[in-house]
Write a protein that binds this ligand. Sequence first.
Ligand SMILES: *Cc1c(COP(=O)(O)O)cnc(C)c1O
Length: 458
Amino acid sequence: MERKKIFLGEEEIPRQWYNILADIKMNPPLGPDGKPVSPEMLAPVFPMNLIEQEVSSQRWIDIPEEVLRIYRIWRPSPLVRAFALEKALDTPAHIYFKYEGTSPPGSHKPNTAVPQAYYNKVFGIKRLVTETGAGQWGSALAFACAQFGLECKVYMVRVSFDQKPYRKVMMQTWGANCVPSPSTETKAGRDILAEHPDSPGSLGIAISEAVEAAVSDGSGRTRYSLGSVLNHVMLHQTVIGLEAKKQMEIAGEYPDVVIGCAGGGSNFAGLAFPFVYDKIHGRQVAIHPVEPTACPTLTKAPYVYDHGDTAGYTPLLPMHSLGHTFMPPPVHAGGLRYHGMAPTVSQLVVEGLLEPRSYGQMATFEAGMLIARAEGIIPAPETNHAIACVVDEARRAKEEGKAKVILFNWSGHGLIDLGSYEKYLSGSLRDFDYPAREIEEAGKILAKYPKPQILKSR
Ligand SMILES: *Cc1c(COP(=O)(O)O)cnc(C)c1O
């Protein structure tokens, strides 16, 4: 009988992360003076050991023993063959997913929360401040901080704070303090509230609040932590794809198509970058980051320099961006409501190594219902974007009569997101119109920044 799940032993957790900066050229982040940011300029925000990782171009970076010890709580994660979905779609495709929902917070996010808490602890930091969209990142960092005895403060996007109260309870259970953003605690939050008292918040605003709160804490023992976008976050997530490669080898297959949903790009990168490495070295594989049509960063936005946050506190990052003042419609996939994209993922799109896709909210929930009924697991609304693309690819394989191998990242379960399923089931969920006017308006801000070079690594 063909195997349903492929497990690795604990001793087979990869010992090193894969750093894609060894294999691609990148535009540097720029400071307020328009010059490349120096590591020292980031020192009030991040500990120096993480800054060193952020700029490292060493291909393989050792995973510390202490991090491996905590990874063992849920890693290696299973690789699962979606036989029942294949049957439901009557497709000759072989569909595999890497299941990241087995972590304590229920998503891929602790893969980086744990090393980030570890490196901060080693550097002598006592307290981390962060933001969260749907609450997945906040709960992952709260979990990681509890493991290392760090204090944790989380600014949570208002619309999710109201829609998903149980994420807040998870954070509190792990000892973190969670407040809705925009808040009155920071200048960034107060400025937004003065103009928009009913602001639903956005990741961009919450990042501004968290950065401001971290940097203005006078103790010198507080730093900021980000759950996606940055190079070191993509690095930590590659543990997903490195495990998946070993597991696909055991299954005796290699993917024709690799798929992940993309908000800031980290779970996608985690699965995809080890396969991008193969692609750079001549292997044929189609790789799709998938995003909401309501927040179409890779499929519609230009490759530019822009801030990572709404107030403009962060350096200018070279990335696809809708403009840092863009307020995405309140889609239920809160983790995908971000105006920008990881610079590494953006660079790979520029180089033509990735082919981004987008789906409307209804299509993603239809795909989520289909897989929940076939495979049993209820996906996070973010993951449903990847699944919508998988379903399309499997149907295409059927039309073409090809036994394609499809691999996707099941970034998290949806058990804390049942409110959105309730809306879908009661018929009150809807698609948002493509926010053309808002995107045009927000994009205007980009004209004043320098333009990144179009770099080709090969
Ligand atoms: C946060 C989150 C995402 C989106 O973030 P990325 O950095 O793009 O991975 C996707 N899926 C789940 C389950 C999440 O929690």
